[in-house]
Structure formats: structure tokens, C-alpha cells
Design a protein around this ligand. Structure first.
Ligand code: ATP
Length: 216
């Protein structure tokens, strides 16, 4: 069992994982810490120490077993489990997310969209089927979806959230400006794009004012 991994080591895991996958796909079965060091630009002593946290002690003159390490890191990083999420509200932002569909990740994707607009229900957007919001509970259960992305207008968000909680959702990525009170079994992550942008602009303006004052 892996216990406490130092943060710095944990941060390097995806780098090792990506390169090991590349080696594995290229048919390579083993690699030395020196070779790995050259490829990922981490010194070989650090690699040996990082790997030792996982009990992966390379054999002298043999190096590390690529397949073993790949499987090991895949599990540690949860990369071998694909999480399918549902997107609720296929408007402008929802569509952008469907189109994006986290393509750079190999462990999360949007698998279903939900909306009330009859013009889009039953259609496929960016390869993802759009269901009626009336089918929410049924589809979540059938597709074993535990995570939802909320991009409906704010006035509908509360009602949808209640339904999601009742349906046993575990996590919600909330793009609406509403803030929810949820039971301990549900985790909500709020993303307020307007707020983020305004905060950024606020700080830039503050810096401009400070500059001006220091010049005056
Ligand atoms: P659009 O240009 O398509 O109107 P928008 O992002 O400005 O995009 P919004 O009014 O924010 O549109 O609505 C986002 C999406 O949420 C729309 O596609 C709308 O049909 C959908 N929607 C509204 N109410 C609900 C609801 N109760 N359940 C599910 N989807 C809903």
C-alpha cells in the first residue's frame, strides 16, 4: 500500500506515467533510471527515491519493468478508471464544454447532455446524445453517472440540484452563480467565470492605480 507520498513526488507521477505509456506503446519492456532521467528531465537519484516510495526498486543491470510501473502509476493516478459525467443545460457554455469534452484527459469525459429545449432533445452534439431533462434520473442510473456539470440558467439551478441530490449524485461542477447547501455526501465545485475575470481585472486596475500614485 502507498502511504504518504511527498507532494513533490506526487506531482512528478503524471510525468512518469505519460512517458511510461509512450515506452509501452513503443514496445519497450524495461528502462533504467538514467534513461528515464534523460527523457523526463528529473535527475536519476530523485527518480530512484520517488520509485522507492512505491516499493518499485529497479534491479541492477536490468532497470525498471515498464508494464509494472505503468500499471502501478495508472492505478495510483486513477487513470485506468474513466469517469463519465453528465452536462445539464446545453446552451452556449454547455455546448462549448461538450465540444471541448476534456479531450486532453484520458480519465474524464462528458457522456450525456440534458436540456428542456425540444429542438435539441434527441440530437447529438459533438458526439454526445442530448436527453430530455425529464429523463435525468433514469439516465444517471442507467449510465452509472455520479458527477454532473451544471450549466442551466440560475433560476432553474436549485430545482435541478435537488433532483441530482435525490438521485444520489456525488459531485457537481457548478457554473451557475448560485451557491448550494448540500449534504455531506455531495461535493460541489463552483466555477464562476465572470467573477474570475472581474477579479483579474480588479487586480490589474489596482496595480495601475498603485503605479500612478507612485509616479505622482
Ligand atoms: P442559448 O444561446 O442556447 O440560450 P445560453 O447559455 O445563453 O444559450 P441559458 O439561458 O443560459 O442559455 O440556458 C442554458 C441551457 O439550459 C439552454 O440550452 C436551456 O434550454 C437549458 N435549460 C433551461 N432550463 C433548463 C432546465 N430546467 N433543465 C435543463 N435545461 C434547461
Amino acid at each position: 500500500m502507498v502511504k504518504e507520498i511527498p507532494r513533490a513526488t506526487a506531482k512528478r507521477l503524471p510525468i512518469y506515467h505519460r512517458y511510461l505509456r509512450y515506452l509501452y506503446n513503443a514496445g519497450k519492456t524495461r528502462i533504467s533510471s538514467t534513461e528515464l532521467s534523460d527523457a523526463v528531465k528529473v535527475d536519476s537519484a530523485t527518480i530512484r527515491r520517488d520509485f522507492s516510495y512505491f516499493g518499485a526498486l529497479g534491479k541492477r543491470g536490468y532497470g525498471y519493468d515498464v508494464e509494472y510501473l505503468l500499471q502501478f502509476f495508472g492505478k495510483t493516478l486513477n487513470q485506468d478508471r474513466l469517469t463519465t459525467t453528465a452536462l445539464i443545460g446545453v446552451g452556449s457554455l454547455g455546448n462549448a464544454l461538450l465540444n471541448y469534452n476534456f479531450r486532453k484527459s484520458n480519465n474524464v469525459r462528458i457522456g450525456a447532455g440534458f436540456d428542456i429545449n425540444p429542438d435539441i432533445i434527441g440530437t447529438v452534439h459533438s458526439g454526445i446524445p442530448i436527453y430530455s431533462i425529464d429523463e435525468l434520473e433514469e439516465q444517471l442510473e442507467m449510465q452509472a453517472i455520479e458527477v454532473a456539470i451544471l450549466t442551466v440558467p440560475q433560476e432553474y439551478a436549485d430545482g435541478i440540484m435537488e433532483r441530482l441530490i435525490a438521485a444520489g449524485i456525488k459531485g457537481v461542477l457548478n457554473f451557475t452563480p448560485l451557491r448550494f447547501e448540500v449534504p455531506d455526501t455531495v461535493r460541489v465545485q463552483n466555477v464562476d467565470l465572470t467573477n474570475e475575470l472581474q477579479t483579474l481585472i480588479y487586480f490589474i486596475n489596482q496595480e495601475d492605480i498603485a503605479d500612478q500614485l507612485s509616479r505622482d
